[in-house]
Design a protein around this ligand. Structure first.
Ligand code: ATP
Length: 577
């Protein structure tokens, strides 16, 4: 239940909204008990019970708020504000009404693509709330990526966040930002597919690949593209809030595109709204978010960009923390602890919990002494503890790093890599694990066939994050609502026990958890350009425990989902996204 069946009136995206109105369609609404059924030309397009409809109206549509809560609101860039008659035209064109209600503006000029006008080739990615497929567009012959987004159309928040991603993607238009090329709605499932240009690689996969070692011009080339994409997002009032290697996609022409706007948010530096601090994958999360900031800006993305720059030069992630507490200590150890002035001015919610007794000294120059000298001032700026000192993407693009020889290479001159997605690295791990198991079965020591430790993948932050039980519960609700699509199910509640990470502690980080310095003395690293890339992420463990870790990780894949969208589920916090 809870599915909305979008009527597929045509295939192909049209560029003129006029064409949309050419469809003549009869629509009607009727009530069966407390359930409303809407039909268009005899097809059921929406089934909702009164309760859920009220909830949805209250949240997603300012005009329909119940009496007493109604306010004449100004145009809110976070929501779609399409006039009713245009919405009607969109419904007539085959868009599900709930979708036009939440992101009608983003649908303008488009009509829905039919699922059967694409041929699925392979599953190429699995995200927190999506599966991504390589597919062929049967109309154009183009290879595309189809991102199947999971959501429940009766859950206003779930719809709202899905809509936000679409609205944001439609507002951005830059060579270094992934372009949303169309939407597919299907009668058969509750899912919606987002159509993107197909990208062969992602930066995390390239960094993890044993064959790849970037030169300075290549690092500059990727960083220039990343910062250009970020500059565009920020200038258009969008914070990405999840910059990390696996969200930086690269095509065979070396073009980098920022992808996955699932956590992105509109922001207006002149009209600030509190936002959730539970964003950005742990290793790339800036200190202010770990300290609970809800008033932040472009600095969060710039911090992540600084982590990426250092990672590209080091060949491994620079601060792979396993918990929020450990992450913060890694930051203090490398970047120094916040100054007294910063503690005073920032008034961060978790400041009292995390103010070290003795200040930590900043040691970026010593730690990265073998990096190209022109990279150090930029790393220093991007990894400034005070977000105000990180400046902007535009300033970073004008830094000495890009003006000093050797210059950035052209994207087209970058090597042509074999497919190297994070997913490919996972496949490599699985294959290595299979080989180990086979050799163990033959009585061989598993350690003899152990592949490079480098294959042991990082635990992405959402997995390492502490989760709120309410988030998990909410996911379960969505699961039940979506029970139709079997393969998309989340694990039943009893399997959540396999997660292995503490639940219910996201805003309550137990300071007693900090062992005096044990985790931190083992995580220091030094970089020399001559060193081969070594084990680059995740805790080292013997082969057996590696197997256990991976089993845990896969068991966690679904249960970690809530942390990806903390504000959606984190009812205990007063934050808005
Ligand atoms: N346009 C694309 N071309 C090729 N692969 C893609 C494309 N978009 C996404 N992918 C692959 O699918 C994966 C998941 O996509 P995406 O990050 O957008 O989803 P998500 O559910 O938000 O994931 P996550 O939880 O990892 O952030 C990506 O890491 C990437 O490997």
């Amino acid at each position: 239940m809870g599915c909305v069946f979008g009527r597929e009136v045509s295939s192909g995206i049209v560029s003129e909204s006029k064409e949309v109105s050419n469809f003549s369609v009869e629509s009607s609404s009727r009530k069966v008990g407390n359930v409303s059924v809407k039909t268009i030309d005899g097809d059921v397009v929406e089934v909702q019970n009164d309760e859920s409809r009220k909830k949805e109206e209250k949240v997603v549509d300012g005009e329909k708020k119940p009496r007493g809560e109604r306010k004449r609101s100004k145009s809110n860039p976070r929501l779609s504000n399409l006039p009713k008659h245009l919405r009607g035209e969109q419904v007539a064109a085959g868009w599900p009404p709930w979708l036009t209600a939440v992101c009608g503006e983003a649908l303008n000029g488009w009509i829905p693509r039919r699922a059967d006008s694409f041929e699925k080739i392979d599953k190429i990615g699995q995200g927190t709330y999506s599966n991504v497929y390589k597919a062929k567009d049967m109309l154009t012959g183009k290879i595309v990526a189809l991102k199947k987004v999971r959501f429940d159309n009766l859950e206003p928040e779930s719809v709202k966040f899905m809509a936000r991603e679409i609205l944001i993607l439609r507002r951005l238009d830059h060579p270094n930002v992934i372009k949303l090329e169309g939407l597919v709605t299907s009668r058969m499932s509750c899912s919606l597919y987002l159509v993107f240009h197909y990208m062969e690689h992602d930066l995390a996969g390239l960094v993890a690949s044993p064959e790849v070692k970037f030169t300075e011009p290549q690092v500059k080339c990727y960083m220039h593209q990343l910062l250009s994409g970020l500059e565009h997002c920020h200038n258009n009032g969008v914070l990405h809030r999840d910059i990390k290697g696996s969200n930086l996609l690269i095509d065979d022409d070396g073009v980098l595109k920022i992808a996955d706007f699932g956590l992105a948010s509109f922001f207006d530096p002149n009209h600030k709204h509190p936002m959730t601090s539970r964003v950005v994958t742990l290793w790339y999360r800036p200190p202010e978010l770990l300290l609970g900031a809800t008033d932040y800006g472009v600095g969060v993305d710039l911090w992540s960009a600084g982590c990426i720059l250092a990672e590209l030069l080091a060949g491994k992630p620079i601060m792979p923390g396993r918990t929020e507490v450990e992450q913060l200590h890694k930051i203090y150890k490398l970047c120094g602890s916040p100054s007294e002035e910063y503690w005073k001015k920032s008034k961060l919610p978790n400041a009292t919990l995390f103010k070290p007794r003795e200040p930590y000294k900043r040691c970026i120059q010593e730690t990265f002494k073998d990096f190209p000298p022109s990279s150090l001032p930029l790393i220093e700026t991007l990894l400034a503890i005070d977000p105000a000192e990180r400046l902007t993407a535009t300033v970073a693009l004008n830094s000495e790093f890009f003006k000093t020889e050797p210059y950035a290479c052209e994207p087209s001159s970058l090597p042509k890599y074999p497919p190297t997605k994070e997913m490919d690295a996972k496949r490599r791990d699985d294959e290595a694990r299979r080989l180990r198991a086979a050799s163990r079965a033959q009585g061989d020591s598993a350690r003899k066939t152990r592949p490079r430790d480098r294959g042991v993948r990082a635990m992405p932050a959402p997995e390492a994050n502490a989760e709120l039980q309410s988030n998990i519960d909410r996911r379960r609700l969505i699961t039940h609502a979506n029970a139709k699509s079997k393969s998309e199910k989340f694990p039943p509640p009893h399997q959540d026990g396999a997660v292995g990470f503490p639940l219910g502690s996201s805003h309550h980080i137990d300071p007693t958890f900090i062992p005096p310095d044990v985790p931190f003395s083992t995580t220091s690293f030094s970089y020399t350009s001559k060193e081969p890339i070594q084990t680059w992420s995740g805790p080292l463990a013997d082969s057996d425990s590696v197997g256990a870790t991976r089993r845990k990780k896969y068991a966690m894949r679904d249960s970690r989902e809530p942390s990806k969208r903390p504000a959606v589920k984190d009812k205990s916090s007063n934050t808005r996204k």
